[in-house]
Design a protein. Structure first.
Length: 355
């Protein structure tokens, strides 16, 4: 019997040939464990919380999760696979999740997430499977083996970016910019970030790399040719709010100070995307000013928008207890839920399909 890293739940596996049901339950356990990895869940409790967020009535609860993650049982309700599909952002259909082998599931996820080889090796070792799946002759290599960056990600879209102004002249204010995330012809994610700095549009661009938990980019400024580094937390779909840290040196700064600040990306519906360039520039660090930006994006409910605007200002101006400029998922949780609740229907309808 193998011992898992996930909550110490033992995984039932041995090297003898197993009956069909036992083999199916083993593959289910492995698929759930790999799901935990790509979603950044270190415990089964966290994984259950993801399922509960997608469906409050889900039967993926701790007592069932223990049996399924240990390979001792299979779900009796098909709704589990439907919830699972939603947890993964709709990238895989429920029937595939129910019937695929671990090898098939592994390749499907590897085409969308950069999964460390050591993780796959450890999971397969726990189950007594070969260290690497045997690939059919002539078959195309998976994205994981070819090194291809996953594409078709739910991060794709247009966003309004808000961060504290770095310029000493604009100290204490916020700067509004535009961010576009898209997949190129090689299905690699690219990111463009533009700001209006003293009536000049400044563009920064680079490749966006994601491992399912974090997304990072080294952006090159077309104006100064300096590098700016962006580290984002990867949210679950619909990804209306993305938070992280931007670091570099202010464009207009004779001292070229090394600077880092929090940054928030607010998804813009397709019908509002064309108007974002005109909205870029400096605004006062006031909840009412941010609320105006939310209204321009089509977010609903004036009263709740005002609360959200104040929350965004507080988040961007918040200090870290570690003396570092940092942004974590827990800091964003309440803002993300509120933004999703106020999002215009179009923001959800324009999300890409991952089936």
């Amino acid at each position: 019997m193998k011992q898992s890293r996930l909550d110490g739940v033992p995984l039932r596996a041995d090297n003898d040939r197993q009956p069909p049901l036992a083999e199916a339950s083993l593959h289910l356990a492995l698929k759930l464990r790999l799901t935990s990895v790509v979603l950044g869940c270190s415990t089964s409790k966290e994984l259950c919380a993801r399922f509960a967020a997608s469906n409050r009535a889900t039967v993926f609860v701790p007592q069932n999760a223990y049996k399924w993650l240990s390979g001792k049982a299979m779900p009796r309700a098909s709704s589990v696979y439907e919830d699972w599909a939603r947890v993964l952002g709709g990238m895989l259909a429920a029937p595939f999740l129910a019937s695929s082998s671990f090898d098939e599931f592994q390749d499907a996820l590897s085409a969308r997430f950069a999964i460390p080889e050591t993780v796959l090796t450890e999971l397969r070792a726990e189950a007594g499977l070969p260290s690497a799946p045997v690939q059919a002759a002539g078959a195309a290599p998976s994205a994981r083996r070819s090194g291809q960056q996953p594409g078709g990600h739910w991060l794709e879209g247009v966003y309004l970016a808000i961060s504290p102004a770095w310029s000493r002249v604009q100290a204490g204010r916020l700067i509004v910019g535009q961010v576009t995330v898209h997949a190129d012809s090689m299905r690699q994610l690219q990111i463009n970030y533009s700001e209006n700095l003293f009536n000049r549009q400044v563009l920064m661009s680079g490749q966006l790399l994601s491992d399912g938990r974090a997304a990072q980019s080294a952006l090159t400024c077309s104006y100064t040719h300096r590098l700016f580094f962006l580290a984002l937390n990867v949210p679950t779909p619909p990804a209306n709010l993305i938070g992280g840290v931007l670091s570099g040196a202010a464009v207009h700064d004779p001292d070229a100070r090394a600077t880092a600040s929090r940054i928030l990306l607010l998804r813009a519906p397709a019908s509002r995307a064309a108007d974002l360039v005109a909205r870029t520039g400096y605004i006062a660090a006031e909840g009412g000013q941010v609320e105006n930006e939310l209204a321009a994006l089509g977010y609903r409910d004036e009263a709740e928008r005002a609360v959200l605007g104040s929350g965004i200002v507080d988040f961007l101006g918040g200090s870290s207890s570690t003396s570092l400029c940092e942004a974590s998922h827990k800091d964003l949780a309440s803002l993300e839920l509120m933004l999703d609740r106020l999002a215009p229907a179009e923001a959800l309808q324009t999300l890409p399909s991952w089936h």
